[in-house]
Write a protein of this length. Structure first.
Length: 376
């Protein structure tokens, strides 16, 4: 059971109902209204009946709930392990009032306010309250990889982007989350793979966030991409917390490329959050800074002439800052190159200088090429 809101078509009152999901075998469950709890205006109803969510969802320019989504009202049931075509039900919560004094609500799923005359007029015959973005398709991963930070493990988390230059045509694609893990006493990686999205376990003893409800930190493609871009392009990055709900704020899209003082909480809909300076806000910043001793960079003293490998397949990238890097050594800042002989990778390293067709490649231009090849 969970709780949802609907409009009484006769009285126009907002009602609170107990609901459950009915799986129709279509990949997304249908919400069924079981029992009316009461009129929201006449009750002291505050319960949201949260339960642990085993999915991560996101859409271009937004990451649901910003850092941890725990509502069954948002996720329902998925039949597949992952996808990019989920249409998720709205998760409507009270959100203060409009300037004219009318009650205002907020959709946590699609991050949009609700309650104008046009919103009331658009309510379907069922009376279910839906925001204007209710049909937006979103990406999702069920049971995502969960990272736990342990003293004996070396964890690296990066935003995986398309190559900047390749011997073959480059297919534009969305960002991914790359994870490598090795045990401190071993040189060999036990994990070195791209994922659609991951979650990182969070312990309140780390004191990174104010809300006691946060137990996991989502690392999604939009959040990771904007975080890395902010570092690469020199934006002032910090993490501001909503004073109403205690959740950290996440800037995405154009907001992540224009440092600003007034921010909007994607968790509760509060639109009066102010930072003292012009910043880009992301909850990945405190996670990144937790391992600040290793967030230093060195240019490797290695050179590569790709012309020496004429006729062989290759790909190269501008190296990018790790979202998380727990190793007790600096990160390398240069150009990462893969060269193949058949299916075997014969070069896999980061170089301070790379020559191609007689010209020294520029790392900054390689970064721009990667961004241009990214669909987001």
């Amino acid at each position: 059971m969970f709780f949802s809101r609907r409009i009484n078509q006769d009285t126009q009152a907002v009602e609170v109902w107990e609901c459950e999901w009915a799986n129709l075998g279509t990949g997304m469950a249908r919400k069924e209204f079981i029992r009316k709890v009461g009129d929201e205006a006449d009750t002291e109803f505050t319960h949201e009946d949260y339960c642990a969510a085993d999915a991560v969802c996101w859409a271009p320019g937004r990451t649901i709930g910003n850092i941890a989504v725990n509502s069954e009202d948002v996720f329902g049931m998925f039949e597949g392990a992952s996808g990019d075509d989920a249409v998720l039900p709205c998760h409507i919560i009270p959100c203060g009032k409009f300037r004219n004094g009318a009650q205002r609500w907020y959709c946590k799923t699609h991050q949009l306010h609700w309650g104008t005359k046009a919103d009331y007029a658009a309510v379907p015959e069922s009376g279910e309250i839906r925001c204007g973005n209710h049909s937006m398709k979103m990406s999702y991963v069920v049971d995502p990889l969960e990272i736990e930070f342990k003293d004996f493990e070396e964890i690296g988390i990066w935003c995986s982007l398309p190559p900047a230059l390749s011997s073959e045509p480059i297919e534009q694609r969305s960002p991914r989350i790359h994870v490598h893990k090795r045990f401190a006493v071993q040189a060999r990686k036990v994990l070195d793979k791209d994922f659609a999205a991951i979650v990182c376990s969070y312990n309140q003893k780390l004191d990174l966030f104010e809300s006691p409800d946060i137990t996991k930190i989502q690392v999604t493609p939009p959040a990771a991409f904007e975080f890395v871009r902010s570092i690469e392009e020199g934006y002032e990055v910090d993490c501001i917390t909503c004073k109403k709900c205690g959740y950290p704020h996440l800037d995405l899209g154009s907001f992540a490329r224009t440092p600003h003082k007034k921010h909007f909480c994607g968790n509760c809909g509060n639109d009066s959050i102010w930072s003292s300076d012009l910043i880009v806000s992301t909850p990945l910043k405190p996670l990144h800074d937790q391992f600040s001793k290793s967030n230093t960079y060195v240019v490797p003293d290695r050179q590569l002439n790709l012309d020496d490998y004429a006729g062989k397949r290759f790909e190269l990238w501008s190296s990018t800052p790790a979202v998380v890097w727990t190793a007790d050594r600096p990160q390398e800042k240069g150009i990462h190159v893969h060269v193949y002989e058949g299916a075997r990778r014969i070069v896999d390293d980061t170089f301070g200088e790379v020559i191609y067709q007689g010209q020294l490649l520029d790392r900054g231009q390689m970064w721009k090429n990667m961004v241009a090849n990214t669909v987001y």
